[in-house]
Design a protein around this ligand. Structure first.
Ligand code: ATP
Ligand code: MG
Ligand code: MG
Ligand code: MG
Length: 428
């Protein structure tokens, strides 16, 4: 992408309405703009990151055997009356009427809708177990939307729902999602701490939240420091992690004799980026979902639901990965892999060399943002640092005459001069 033809409105000043660094950087680096309280437009660079995060989530959901579908954002109130949650959900639900005076709502979550879809399509035990998911916008009329996309009113969530014939099967599905979540956050370069969590309005009897540690996190979590030593990609990770003490504050307070020695009990702030629940027959029973069992008798399926805050993750990653110059994207979710800088746009030799390198990067399929604008070198460096592209390639007059380019690693700051061929080989 040529920056001279792109849409990347950077801000020089730190916006005063943004309180935390990720929100400030998302505005300064041109990722999002607020259009009304807690509602954001995703600008091109922000959208690229959002899509990459969704792709990582999708890949790990698919790997875990979950099946993607897409449900609508708008739901009917009747559906929620079937589960009894329409009145219980309260003012976080955005309710409205269509032109026929039918009561509608903008979905805050999809347990009711998926239960109805499954109920109306599935008859036999042979169709279970299944886990279905979608990645769709949600709306919750948060009393205090804040911190940018971290607590928005409209936000993107991946939500999955499992259907099993018995409780043991339900726990297998739950653990498969637990593992998928560990892989998902690790693949984004994040360390997420799973903690036991209260089940809240979703209901149920088993629940874990996944937290990214950050001073600005809105949750408080308590855990045994031993949890930090568990290799989350280990096949035993789920059973190891669930046997170590780790609690969201509300759960921790219920514990009268905490088994963890004081020197190992850590208290930290966390950003909730994922939440999994097992709630048995709560929705299937209320909504009349039943299938014919192997013995011919009706079975009420056991269900779980599993959310990831896709848009919240954009902010959470920045909280975890930045320095004083800007964002430092983990490679797996970076908007571009390479930022190509022409240090002297307008100089014929530099223009030819940079254009040629850009063409080669494109042919090699390397996602590149090419700063070809007529701007000072200093401004170009600062812009690339701010946006946080993992690799910067610099074409300048000295290098061009010597036949070399400079490659800078955003995270470590390391710089090397090397030939164009060597640079391409390293980035491929
Ligand atoms: P929170 O405690 O932050 O209000 P929640 O527990 O109400 O979140 P869940 O119902 O568990 O949220 O939804 C699943 C995931 O959706 C959360 O773990 C979080 O990552 C994301 N999420 C929830 N509310 C918001 C929001 N207002 N803005 C952005 N992401 C959100
Ligand atoms: Mg909430
Ligand atoms: Mg919560
Ligand atoms: Mg939650």
């Amino acid at each position: 992408m040529r920056l001279s033809r792109y849409f990347l409105p950077l801000l020089k000043e730190t916006p005063t309405d943004a309180q935390i660094v990720s929100h400030q950087l998302m505005l300064r680096a041109g990722l999002v703009r607020q259009t009304s309280a807690g509602i954001y437009a995703w600008l091109p660079v922000g959208l690229r990151v959002l899509d990459k995060i969704a792709d990582v989530v999708r890949r790990e959901q698919d790997r875990a055997g979950a099946i993607e579908l897409l449900m609508p954002t708008i739901q009917s109130a009747d559906l929620w009356r079937q589960s009894g949650r329409y009145d219980a959900y309260g003012p976080e639900m955005l309710r409205f009427k269509d032109r026929h005076e039918r009561e509608m709502l903008y979905g805050p979550t999809n347990e009711e809708m998926i239960t109805a879809l499954f109920r109306d399509s599935v008859r036999s035990y042979r169709d279970l177990p299944r886990t279905l998911y979608h990645i769709q916008w949600k709306f919750r009329d948060e009393v205090r939307p804040r911190f940018g996309v971290m607590r928005g009113r409209e936000f993107l969530m991946k939500d999955a729902y499992s259907f099993d014939l018995d409780e043991a099967g339900g726990k297998v599905s739950y653990n498969a999602m637990f593992e998928a979540y560990l892989r998902t956050f690790a693949a984004m370069g994040l360390k997420a701490v799973p903690v036991r969590a209260p089940t809240g309005p979703i209901g149920g009897d088993m629940s874990h939240e996944f937290h990214i540690l950050a001073e600005t996190g809105e949750s408080e979590i308590f855990y045994d420091s031993a949890i930090e030593d568990v290799d989350v990609t280990d096949p035993e990770a789920v059973s190891k992690l669930s046997s170590i003490y780790a609690m969201e504050a509300e759960e921790h307070e219920k514990v009268t004799n905490c088994p963890v020695p004081a020197e190992r009990l850590l208290s930290r702030r966390g950003i909730e980026v994922g939440h999994i629940f097992f709630f048995g027959t709560k929705y299937s029973a209320a909504m009349g979902l039943s299938v014919q069992g192997q013995d011919g008798k009706p079975v009420t399926p056991q269900m779980g639901s599993y959310g990831v805050g896709v848009s919240r993750l954009v902010g959470a990653v920045i909280e975890a990965c930045h320095d004083e110059d800007g964002i430092i994207w983990p490679e797996a979710i970076a908007p571009f892999k390479v930022g190509l800088i022409n240090l002297r746009s307008g100089d014929a030799a530099c223009d030819v060399a940079a254009d040629d390198l850009y063409a080669k990067l494109q042919r090699a399929g390397i996602e590149t943002l090419y700063d070809d604008r007529d701007e000072r070198g200093g401004a170009k460096f600062a812009g690339m640092d701010l946006i946080g592209i993992p690799w910067q390639l610099v074409v300048g007059p000295k290098g061009v005459s010597a036949g070399v380019v400079e490659l800078k690693h955003r995270k470590t700051g390391e710089r090397h001069e090397l030939s164009v061929e060597a640079a391409l080989e390293k980035l491929a």
